[in-house]
Design a protein around this ligand. Structure first.
Ligand code: DX5
Ligand code: ZN
Length: 218
């Protein structure tokens, strides 16, 4: 399994001080940027112009999590802009394999995300075409929610699929990941950890990142 990666989510950072907020997480493995359209989820965040500003303000790989409808139409622009990974929701793409091909042609890695109620089986047959599976551990839409423990068996099943199939696929968890929950997610088989409040609400974000990485490695 690859070494654990910590991707702070900037959803609830102080966006008026974007550059400083990104500088606070300089030792992270990536920056997770949540795009929401107020249709796929009951919240609106930002779109491509803000993601471009993030890309211009950090040297870290940018991981775009698209919580938007009609992902087939909108996702390629995030790859073109320079995001390292672009993740569409399984519930919002009708052609995940075609989309993954397009993202790859544009130089990005392709991810697919599952809401808590969406079974792993919905994407099991296409995982070989993808680079990352995002298992939501809260209902998507907001930061600061509690980790849904019932998602642990889904993470375990995903890890088994990856091992048995010899797949080159990262397993990301997003929602409620903290010093209290990250060990269980890592034991279950996740290897990329999104943490919003656990990093940005800490006085020392770098120390929080180090602690999360150590707990995920243990
Ligand atoms: C929620 C977003 C998350 C959110 C996580 O829908 O996808 O990335 O920022 O925030 P925390 O870590 O606070 O649960
Ligand atoms: Zn997210």
């Amino acid at each position: 399994m690859p070494s654990p990666a910590i991707h702070p989510s900037i959803l609830n950072c102080d966006i008026s001080r974007l550059g400083e907020e990104l500088a606070r997480i300089s030792t992270a493995d990536g920056v997770h940027v949540d795009v929401m359209d107020n249709h796929f989820v009951p919240n609106l965040s930002w779109g491509l112009p803000v993601v471009e500003a993030v890309l211009g303000a950090t040297g870290l790989p940018v991981d775009a999590h698209l919580m938007i409808e009609d992902a087939d139409r909108w996702a390629p622009a995030y790859a073109e802009a320079g995001c390292h990974t672009v993740t569409a929701h399984a519930e919002a793409t009708t052609a995940p394999v075609r989309l993954a091909g397009e993202l790859h042609r544009l130089g990005a890695r392709a991810g697919i995300a599952l809401r808590p109620a969406t079974p792993l089986e919905a994407v099991a047959d296409v995982l070989g075409e993808l680079d990352m599976l995002l298992i939501m551990t809260v209902e998507p839409g907001f930061g600061g929610q509690s980790f849904i423990e019932a998602m642990l068996p889904k993470i375990q099943r995903a890890r088994r699929l990856v091992s048995r199939g010899g797949l080159d696929l990262r397993i990301q968890v997003d929602g409620g990941v903290s010093a209290q929950t990250i060990e269980r997610a890592a034991e279950a088989g996740a290897d990329v950890f999104v943490a919003g409040s656990a990093v940005y609400r800490a006085d020392d974000a770098l120390a929080a990142i180090t602690e999360l990485r150590e707990l995920a490695t243990a």
